[in-house]
Structures are given as structure tokens and as C-alpha cells.
Design a binder for this molecule. Structure first.
Ligand SMILES: Cc1ncc(COP(=O)(O)O)c(C=O)c1O
Length: 446
């Protein structure tokens, strides 16, 4: 049995000063491990245990931890005397904008913030400012950050959610206390992959925006059905709402242009974070110039406020430039590597579950994947929550961690492969998955 006495000591110390002892409540999971170091695909904890990492800190590490190029760029910018000025523009922020706008034609101009949540908040506010409407549509099973507009309807228990509603909408089920009731009324939650429900909402209320991850990636990997994203595009044009793709997880992960590039469907606004800076705090909101110009509208009444002391700080900005250059290098070698290792992992996990007689499906897009214990890839949260074996998933993850493979220990959390992972690590993971599943089944049989 792995043991974590030093992690426990750190946790007990931190509990004196931090509620729960952990910063960011979604990091408080069992086993409670205090990590101290990471390099490439590997993590080490305070007790010297080593892990192959697939959590990737909720997915930003597309190049792996402490990537040498990114670290060198950060060191260089710090030594150069660059600082945060809080006045005027910088060449660095212009370089980030040029790298993105010249490679992603649907991003005509962009703004830079620090986190995905800030970016989704700004995109929604921009849509409201431009359309003069207040309502927004979100996806049941989607996650777009922690702010009042979107902090609801993620993994809502079926006992709360009730039977499938289509066409129609689910009531707002907050995942946070403190969201004003009046605000909740503005948010309409529908099943992903369900165009009829979007139309149903638009027929009844004026919508400023629909925000969705193009692939739901906070409940594993739930891909769009054929024609779904195109259908959203057509509904946005018909009803005049702003189509916002939240590419915080998909962006720069599945292709340089994220899932908009993969699907060929162009949003009005798109939001990026995570992989854009390989682990540094950076996020982007960008899209059609006529929308983005709302941030500099000459009439102060119609101008949308975007401000932030740390926006485009030189450290994350330099990290972004280094990351984007690597992602563009060698005609997308990083993506080919992710696809090859992802396919190897998918086949290995399928073989293992077949051998053990476990009903399972791997949903995967390139380097991101999720092993579902059900007989099909889910189409939405309701489908997933009805069919997936959450208990086996939970045990499997804990048994993997026990054997040195770090999948985030919560069911249906997606796993990410980086450019630093090797074939040997993937093969070791597949072998370990077999042992972990056997152990998980034994616990279940007892
Ligand atoms: C799709 C998506 N959007 C937005 C966010 C929020 O990003 P951040 O945690 O950087 O605020 C996340 C975070 O996991 C995410 O997965």
C-alpha cells in the first residue's frame, strides 16, 4: 500500500489557515496527496512516490510539466527586465494575438485575460452588450467556469434532475451557494446534442448567447453528434444569439485551431485557456471583430468593460508564445504524437476490459480520453448518468493511483496525454489498468 504521511502532515498544517486545507475546492479529493515536483509526464509527492500523470492539472499540460522550451522563455523574459506596466500595449501581447489571429481565421481580434472563467464571463457580457438581451443557454453537463451565469447544471444527480426533458429546459441547479435567484432566471439549461431544445428556448425567450464546449469535457469526452454544431450555427443565425464556443479544454488540444478547426464550424466568439500556455495562467476571448469592438465602443454606455491588473503579464505571455510556437512546429508533430499514443491507449484499454468481461467504451479525441463503464459513448449527461458504473470507475481510479498512475480520483474525469508521454509509459499504464480493474472488481465482489 502506498502511504502518504508527509502529504497528511502538510494537509493538517494547511487546515489551520485554509478552509479544508486545500486551495480550490475541486482539488480536495481522496487520496489527499501533496505533490512537490513534476517533469514531463511524471509527478512526485511529498513522500517520494512517483506517478505517471494523466490528470495534467485539469488538462493544460499539452507539452508536459515544466517543458524546457516554455521554462526557458519564462526565464528569459524575467531576466530581460520585462515587467507588468499597467499602461499601454506591449510587443509580447501583440505577438500572442498575431500567432492566434493569423492561424485561426475566425478569431479576427482578441483580448487576453488570466483564466477560463474570466474569459467566459467576458464573452457572455460582450454578447449581452451587443444584443441588448439578457438570457443565455448553457448545456446540462457542461462546465464554463465558476461565475454566476454558468455555475450550474454540471453533474446534477438524476434524483434532482428528474426524467429527460426534450424539447424543453432544465431548471437552474446551482453548483454554488450565493447565486441570486434573479440571475438564475436568465440561464436556460438544455441537453447537449439536442437542437430541438435550443429552438424551444429561443421560441419563448430572447437569447443573448449560447455557450457550450464543442465537446463536453468535464464529464469525460462527450462528442457532438453529426450535424449538431452545424445546427447550433444555423440556430444562432436564425434567432440572432451569439454562438460562443468554450474551447478552454478543446482549444489547442485537438488541433491548433481546437474543435472549431476539427469540425469546421465557426463560432461568433471563442474562449481559450489551459493548453494555450502549457500550465501558465492565460486565457483568450476572441472572435468576430464587430463583436470584439464592443470592448472599445466609442459610446461609453455601449462599451463592455474588460479590465484586469494582471492581463497579459509578461510571464504567462512569454509562456504562451513558446507553447504556441512548439504546437506549430514540425507540421503539428505534437498532435501526431498525441493521436498515436491516444490510439495505443484506447486499444489497450478496450483489450483489457474485453479480457476481463467488463462492459466499457473509450471515448477519445486525439490525446484526450475517458474510459466509460457503459456500452456506448454517451450523448449527454442524462445518458451518461443513467448508464455509467460510477462505483467501478471510482474504485478503478483509486487502484490506479495505488499503483502509480494518476487519473484524477473522481468518476468520468477526462485523462490527457502530453507530448512528453512515451509509448513505454502508455504500455505500462495499460498493464497497470488491468491489475487495477481486477482489484476493483474484487472489492465489488466482496
Ligand atoms: C471548458 C471549461 N471552461 C472554462 C473553465 C474555467 O477555467 P478556469 O478554471 O481557468 O477559470 C474550465 C475549467 O476547467 C473548463 O474546463
Amino acid at each position: 500500500m502506498r502511504s502518504y504521511p508527509n502529504s497528511e502532515k502538510i494537509l493538517q498544517h494547511n487546515k489551520r489557515y485554509i478552509p479544508g486545507g486545500v486551495v480550490s475546492v475541486n482539488r480536495s479529493v481522496s487520496p489527499q496527496i501533496a505533490f512537490v515536483k513534476a517533469r514531463g509526464a511524471l509527478l512526485w509527492d511529498a513522500d517520494g512516490n512517483e506517478f505517471i500523470d494523466y490528470h495534467a492539472a485539469f488538462a493544460p499540460y499539452i507539452l508536459g510539466h515544466n517543458d524546457l522550451d516554455v521554462t526557458a522563455a519564462v526565464e528569459e523574459v524575467m531576466r530581460s527586465g520585462a515587467s507588468l506596466y499597467g499602461a499601454g500595449t506591449t510587443a509580447l501581447e501583440g505577438e500572442v494575438a498575431e500567432l492566434i489571429c493569423t492561424n485561426l481565421p475566425w478569431i479576427e481580434s482578441l483580448q487576453i485575460v488570466n483564466t477560463g472563467s474570466e474569459a467566459t464571463a467576458q464573452a457572455i457580457r460582450c454578447a449581452r452588450g451587443v444584443t441588448g438581451r439578457d438570457g443565455i443557454i448553457i448545456m446540462q453537463g457542461g462546465y464554463n467556469g465558476w461565475h454566476n451565469d454558468v455555475a450550474g447544471n454540471l453533474m446534477t444527480p438524476l434524483a434532482t434532475l428528474g426524467p429527460r426533458i426534450s424539447p424543453g429546459e432544465y431548471p437552474f441547479h446551482p453548483i454554488s451557494a450565493g447565486i441570486p435567484k434573479a440571475h438564475q432566471q436568465l440561464v436556460h439549461s438544455v441537453n447537449y446534442n439536442d437542437l430541438d431544445s435550443v429552438r424551444w428556448v429561443c421560441e419563448r425567450y430572447p437569447m443573448a448567447a449560447l455557450i457550450t464546449e464543442p465537446v463536453l469535457q468535464n464529464i469525460g469526452i462527450v462528442p457532438p453528434l453529426s450535424g449538431y454544431l452545424e445546427g447550433l450555427r444555423a440556430l444562432a443565425d436564425e434567432y440572432g444569439f451569439v454562438l460562443i464556443f468554450d474551447e478552454v479544454k478543446t482549444g489547442f488540444r485537438h488541433a491548433f485551431g481546437g474543435y472549431s478547426e476539427v469540425s469546421g464550424v465557426r463560432p461568433d466568439l471563442a474562449v481559450y485557456g489551459k493548453a494555450v500556455a502549457n500550465g501558465f495562467p492565460m486565457a483568450i476571448v476572441g472572435g468576430k471583430r464587430e463583436l470584439m469592438d464592443a470592448f472599445v465602443h466609442p459610446d461609453p454606455i455601449r462599451r463592455v468593460l474588460l479590465a484586469g491588473t494582471y492581463n497579459a503579464h509578461p510571464v504567462p505571455t512569454a509562456a504562451t508564445i513558446a507553447t504556441l510556437r512548439r504546437l506549430l512546429a514540425d507540421n503539428g508533430a505534437v498532435y501526431r504524437h498525441g493521436e498515436a499514443l491516444g490510439a495505443r491507449m484506447e486499444q489497450g484499454l478496450i483489450d483489457v476490459t474485453r479480457r476481463l468481461g467488463i462492459q466499457a467504451t473509450v471515448s477519445r479525441i486525439g490525446s484526450a480520453f475517458c474510459l466509460y463503464f457503459m456500452d456506448h459513448v454517451p450523448v449527454d449527461w442524462h445518458d451518461l448518468a443513467t448508464h455509467h458504473d460510477f462505483t467501478l470507475d471510482d474504485r478503478f481510479r483509486k487502484e490506479l493511483i495505488e499503483r502509480g498512475i494518476y487519473f484524477f480520483p473522481l468518476p468520468v474525469k477526462q485523462a490527457s496525454i502530453s507530448a512528453a508521454h512515451t509509448e513505454e509509459q502508455i504500455d505500462r499504464t495499460i498493464e497497470t489498468a488491468a491489475a487495477a480493474l481486477e482489484a476493483a472488481l474484487l472489492v465489488e465482489a466482496r
